[in-house]
Design a protein around this ligand. Structure first.
Ligand SMILES: O=C(O)CCC(=O)C(=O)O
Length: 297
């Protein structure tokens, strides 16, 4: 897929200065459509999850032998693409389901620091979608980098949904990461194909991006245009996660209550968890306004 050229790039605006100041936090979010908090979480809290994801990758024979696992070096010649391969081979589905079943992955979006931040932003009791995503980007196929998009057409429910994107490990300019078109949420809900093709973007489009450190948190509105950046390393896998938040009282798409990709159900993903783990089906006790939409085209 074509991605938009980014000719006008500035670093993200550091929003740590508005933490704890609800009015300024909301004003910053309304103006730019995103909030960036370098070092909001500690790398020590996230690195165990990175390691668990890489251990799963190793079990599935995707990593180079004899190299420090934490470096995330893919096995020679191995390439996986979970975004566009259709149909996805069962072995890759099992790999991804093993990641989705990690308790640490499911717990991360409920981190008290993040919950406090989102509740301040939304000024409402907040619902965390259980459909968390682990983004795994192998090097070598730039055409599969996530194209420009708005989250809303896929997430549905309410436009006032915010995504938290977190790198799992440091992401330098070769690993790429994610970039946002600053303020583009103010253009409203746009045609998905026109956004993806880059037709609604031009050389003047102001992109915000910089390298990420493990522990940085990027929050963005469901209408902001954003895109992945190519992973141009020779052999290093890029890992990140994303989770979505909205007010409990707003409508939520029934699909957001199912595991990402739908290659397993919750019972399968929870198989090795403690029977009475409070994270299991936590949303069932909430008074949600669940809507069922037609399948995506
Ligand atoms: O991490 C990535 O590669 C892309 C993430 C993204 O586009 C998203 O979270 O919507």
């Amino acid at each position: 897929m074509a991605r938009s050229m980014m000719r006008n790039i500035k670093p993200f605006i550091d929003c740590n200065d508005v933490l704890g100041d609800q009015d300024r936090l909301q004003a910053r979010a309304g103006e730019n459509g995103y909030l960036y908090f370098p070092g909001l979480l500690s790398a020590d809290e996230l690195l165990p999850l990175r390691r668990e994801v890489l251990q799963v990758a190793n079990r599935h024979d995707l990593l180079r032998e004899g190299v420090d696992l934490d470096k995330g070096i893919r096995k020679e010649g191995v390439y996986i693409d979970l975004e566009y391969d259709k149909p996805t081979p069962p072995s890759l589905q099992r790999f991804y389901n093993d990641i989705l079943s990690l308790h640490t992955l499911n717990a991360l979006p409920h981190h008290p620091t993040v919950m406090g931040l989102v509740e301040s932003l939304l000024a409402e009791p907040t619902f965390v979608h259980p459909r968390h995503i682990c983004h795994i980007l192998f090097p070598g196929r730039a055409e599969h980098t996530t194209e420009p998009h708005q989250d809303f057409p896929a997430v549905r429910g309410t436009e006032d949904t915010w995504t938290m994107w977190t790198p799992l490990g440091d992401i330098n300019s070769d690993l790429g990461g994610v970039a946002v078109a600053c303020g583009s949420h103010r253009r409203g809900n746009l045609d998905t194909k026109l956004v993806a093709s880059g037709q609604l973007l031009d050389d003047e489009t102001l992109w915000h991006w910089n390298p990420f450190k493990c522990g940085d948190v990027l929050m963005f509105h469901s209408l902001i245009i954003h895109q992945g950046r190519d992973n141009v390393t020779a052999d290093t896998i890029r890992l990140s996660t994303s989770a979505r938040y909205q007010a409990i009282r707003e409508p939520v798409d029934a699909a957001a209550l199912r595991p990402h990709w739908g290659w397993a159900d919750w019972e399968e993903l929870y198989a090795d968890w403690d029977q009475d783990d409070p994270l299991k089906y936590y949303w069932k006790s909430l008074d949600l306004n669940v809507l069922t939409y037609p399948p995506h085209q």
